[in-house]
Ligand binder design. Structure first.
Ligand SMILES: *Cc1c(COP(=O)(O)O)cnc(C)c1O
Length: 407
């Protein structure tokens, strides 16, 4: 049996005594549903796809792409993830605060003043610039404890973070020979891994391989070698190395329209609301701001109490929501706190009717790709866009009598 629970990031942030008056409010007008059963299913599928000897680092940056970092981290670790990856030291601190003791990799480049708290948390910074390594060496010399594990970030063509591949062996050596630092891993990141044209990805792999070969030739142990994001995991098996570094795929969303599909993968996030009003628009009348929609005939329209203020894309006469397992087209322009849909063809619709803006309802689905297409953006964006003011409602897998088998 599935159980529902209700938490929002604000709950965790608030002080010891939860606000009883807020807790006693009726159902929220809109919410984000996170199906942890689907997440568990997806992680199982992914684990089965990984070749022997290849693990995965679960990327839970940006509150696990809006799904809740703690909840996703728990499932990922339960399924056997080697480590968690975030992009800020604060995210690492929140995980430690929540009791996670597993390895945490902090992606991206650090400001020098962040290094000390990063090491103090036992989180592994990514080092990709000589001046940051200078600061890190000095810090490591004066801090108690250690050696401190770090990952070297190698730029193979993304030109965002990391040391250029030609200069990377020297940096790796500096880390490896420093008595208070440990080279726990080396990694690179694809600029394009999920499209049909793999030319650039192959060039990046070649550069990374050249770097790895140089390390080997000079006897430097690289630690964990990793390169592939979700696209690379699906499309580029020659870049799996020791681990893949994936965030999107466990959430049941593909990074592109053309990449390989995994049978049985299910989208974890849904966004739902309820019609707050159902009304008639007479022929010739308009709906909403800018008079962007004009009814040709009498229409029944439903008002959804949510808009771009909580992250829904600002669509105009485009897109749809699901009502009673059918598509109801959006009309007019999405406002900050409301949008309208045409329910003329769906009989018996009254206020209070549940509406799905993202996700599955019955046999139909609006997946992240479709919503992103309407909005002219990428799937990542229509997962991370939802305001923390939309409560997260978790669908939890049944509690098992016995602990899961070790991976
Ligand atoms: C976000 C991120 C990932 C995960 O990418 P997905 O496409 O979500 O799997 C991996 N590596 C780095 C450096 C990232 O920033």
């Amino acid at each position: 049996m599935k159980t529902l629970s209700h938490t929002s990031p604000a709950d965790a942030a608030s002080t010891a005594r939860p606000n009883a008056r807020i807790a006693a409010l009726p159902e929220p007008p809109a919410w984000v549903e996170i199906d942890l059963t689907a997440l568990r299913n997806n992680l199982g599928l992914i684990r089965r796809e990984l070749p022997p000897g290849v693990g995965w680092i679960d990327v839970i940056k940006d509150n696990a792409y809006g799904h809740g970092a703690r909840e996703v981290a728990s499932e990922a670790l339960r399924a056997g993830a080697l480590a968690l990856a975030v992009v800020t030291v604060r995210e690492a601190a929140e995980l430690r605060e929540a009791g996670f003791r597993q390895p945490i990799l902090v992606l991206g480049e650090r400001f020098p003043e962040e290094l000390e708290s990063c090491l103090a948390l036992g989180a592994m910074p990514s080092i990709g610039e000589a001046r940051i390594l200078d600061a890190l060496e000095k810090l490591a010399d004066r801090l108690p404890g250690g050696p401190f594990p770090v990952h070297l970030k190698v730029d193979t063509g993304m030109n965002r973070h990391g040391v250029r591949w030609e200069a990377a062996p020297a940096m790796a050596r500096r880390i490896a020979v420093h008595p208070r630092l440990e080279l726990a891993g080396v990694y690179s990141h694809f600029a394009m891994s999920d499209e049909a044209d793999q030319t650039f990805a192959r060039l990046q792999i070649e550069r990374f391989n050249r770097f790895l070969a140089e390390l080997e030739a000079s006897g430097i142990r690289p630690g964990l070698r990793h390169m592939a994001n979700s696209g690379g995991f699906l499309q580029l098996p020659q870049a799996h190395y020791d681990a893949v570094r994936i965030g999107l795929l466990p959430l049941g969303v593909y990074p592109s329209a053309v990449c390989r599909r995994l049978t049985g993968l299910r989208q974890v996030m849904s966004v739902r609301s309820r019609l707050v009003s159902v009304r008639t628009l007479r022929a010739g009348e308009t709906y909403g701001y800018g008079l962007r929609y004009r009814a040709q005939t009498d229409r029944r329209i439903g008002i959804v109490p949510l808009g771009y203020g909580v992250g829904y894309p600002r669509l105009v006469n485009q897109g749809a929501v699901l009502v009673r397992g059918r598509r109801a087209p959006l009309i007019g322009s999405v406002a900050m706190d409301a949008l309208a849909v045409d329910v003329t063809d769906i009989p018996g619709i009254a206020p209070g009717e549940e509406v799905t803006l993202l996700g599955r309802q019955g046999d139909v689905e609006i997946n992240a790709r479709e919503l992103a297409g309407w909005a002219g953006t990428v799937c990542y964006d229509v997962l991370t866009c939802w305001s923390e003011r939309l409560p997260r409602r978790y669908v939890r897998p049944p509690v098992e009598a016995s602990p899961p088998a070790a991976p």
